[in-house]
Design a protein around this ligand. Structure first.
Ligand code: NAP
Length: 487
């Protein structure tokens, strides 16, 4: 198979809005540019939707809902299965497209394509397993027939950090459940979603089921779509700040919501842990996606007895990482998404150092072009450092020390977030005791990656509402209806 060129993969993507099964221009023919974060250069321009375009997409989704809901579940599943196969077959070119618009190294992009495709395979299987029930009422005369129906037209809003997987994680269950949708990808990474729309159309998804709107004015375009009331569901992945705003917009017409929001994951290592495993897991939990992941380890709490060894070994591993454009061989640390991200990350490092943290390695940005920050390890990070309370979203590992189990749990839970916590110990009783007390929707027990399409992904506290993937993922797009019968 020939290796695709950068120009050809960008050229192959349709750059319009996908509405009612057709590629169309935005109102007034407006476009905005998409950049390569490793070079700052413009990759291409895509359609820049206006509010009227967003409403046209909603209209198409609403018009298609009834016939789509009546589509046999097996056919819905088979469309997803064909899309899974297409994603898998075209993994090389799609990975290159992802690296160009988002920056992550090619190997990670290939990993994301596989992860993204897996949501389609999983939900292809779930489409035919939507269950119901038949029960006897307590009075013995009544009967309950319980069935599940699609919630209806859905709005799906996705972030830039996993431009394909955050889309398939929502589109998969929506298609399987029989919902139509308006999808709005992040302005910085629209190309993967545009490619995905064509793949789903080629896989046989009927017109109007999936509509994609790219825009440089997310709030202006999406607020009328959300507040209109004909869409019955919003599934959002992004920051907690934007999630709060969208929840308020959903309140008026009481839309169902799924919110996958920010994280501030603690990574706790006890002195009985296998340190080889802990360092390996730390590298995964910290450096996957250049640290730009909601699941990224944001605070390392290490028992005093092992902190020196752990810090030394983590520092060695971070120093050995090759930094560069994600398309280059051997590169494992790509650029951050933009200059603002570099300013934020280096600002958080400066704040921690001012409060007494020590830089073990890195700590600085690398001169452009591109938005690079050197992999960084900080020791003695005080609890009042800003980075203890905020998502770093970059390649910085802040280490603090603890002495007791209670102290570790209190530190770990001292955050408004609750997406994932990582826990390293070889004592089974401690593992379960601590896992039960950590306020998080997911626990990485002696492992640095929790994401799996077959498992329920999601957070507690201000990390979100609802779960994606696993057996419960499809439920987010289904309503339960009961029919009362009397014999
Ligand atoms: P973001 O700024 O909240 O944006 C997410 C999406 O919302 C983008 O498509 C964005 O469009 C759109 N948006 C922004 N303002 C909006 C508004 N007023 N109305 C409607 N849509 C709006 O987040 P991000 O910077 O792209 O992504 C990083 C965040 O996502 C982090 O906090 C990360 O933790 C979180 N995340 C969470 C999960 C999870 O599963 N819990 C997974 C991945 C990422 P524009 O791009 O056009 O601004």
């Amino acid at each position: 198979m020939s290796v695709p060129s950068e120009t050809s993969v960008v050229e192959a993507v349709a750059k319009g809005l996908f509405i009612g099964g057709k590629w169309v221009d935005a109102a007034g023919g407006r476009t905005f540019d998409v950049h390569d974060p490793a070079t700052g250069e413009v990759l291409c321009a895509v359609a820049d939707a206006a509010p009227a375009d967003g409403m046209a997409a909603l209209g198409a989704a609403v018009a298609a809902q009834e016939s789509w809901a009546a589509h046999p579940p097996r056919e819905r599943g088979e469309i997803l299965r064909r899309a899974y196969e297409a994603l898998t077959a075209r993994s090389q070119e799609l990975a290159l497209l992802m690296t160009l618009e988002m920056g992550k190294p090619l190997a990670e992009s290939r990993g994301e394509i596989a992860y993204a495709a897996e949501f389609f395979r999983w939900f292809a299987e779930e489409a035919v397993r939507i269950d119901g029930g038949y029960a006897t009422a307590p009075n013995g005369v009544g009967r309950f027939l319980i069935t599940k129906q699609p919630v209806g037209p859905s709005i799906l809003i996705t972030p830039w950090n996993f431009p394909m997987a955050m889309g398939t994680r929502k589109i998969g269950p929506a298609v399987a459940a029989g919902c139509t949708m308006v999808v709005k990808p992040a302005a910085q990474t629209p190309l993967c979603m545009l490619a995905l729309a064509q793949i789903l159309a080629d896989a046989g998804l009927p017109e109007g089921v999936l509509n994609v709107v790219t825009t440089s004015d997310a709030g202006g375009v999406m607020e009328p779509v959300i507040t209109d009331g004909r869409a019955r569901k919003l599934s959002f992945t992004g920051s907690t700040a934007v999630g709060r705003k969208l929840l308020a917009q959903c309140a008026d017409k009481v839309l169902r919501t799924s919110m996958e929001l920010g994280g501030n994951a603690p990574f706790v290592v006890f002195d009985d842990a296998d340190i080889d495993d802990a360092v390996d897991g730390a590298m995964q939990a910290k450096m996957r996606n250049i640290g730009e992941a909601c699941t990224a380890a944001n605070r390392f709490y290490i028992h005093r007895g092992v902190v020196e060894e752990f810090s030394r070994r983590l520092t060695q591993r971070m120093e050995a990482l090759a930094i560069g454009r994600g398309t280059e061989d051997g590169v494992v640390v790509g650029p951050l998404i933009d200059d603002a991200a570099v300013t934020k990350v280096t600002g958080l490092v400066a704040d921690a150092v001012e409060r007494g943290a020590r830089v073990l390695t890195g700590g600085d940005a690398i001169d452009g072009p591109g938005h690079f920050v050197r992999p960084t390890v900080l020791a003695d990070v005080p609890v009042d450092a800003r980075m203890a309370g905020e998502e770093i979203f970059g390649p910085v590992a802040p280490i603090s020390v603890f002495d007791t189990e209670d102290e570790a749990i209190a530190l770990a839970n001292d955050t408004e977030y609750g997406l994932v916590s990582y826990l390293y110990t070889s004592d089974v009783k401690r593992a379960l005791r601590v896992a039960e007390r950590l306020d998080a929707g997911m626990i990485g027990l002696n492992q640095g990656i929790v994401s799996n399409p077959a498992a329920p992904f999601g957070g507690v506290k201000q990390s979100g509402l609802g779960r994606e993937g696993g057996g419960v993922g499809i439920e987010e797009f289904l309503e339960t209806k009961y029919i009362a019968v009397s014999l």
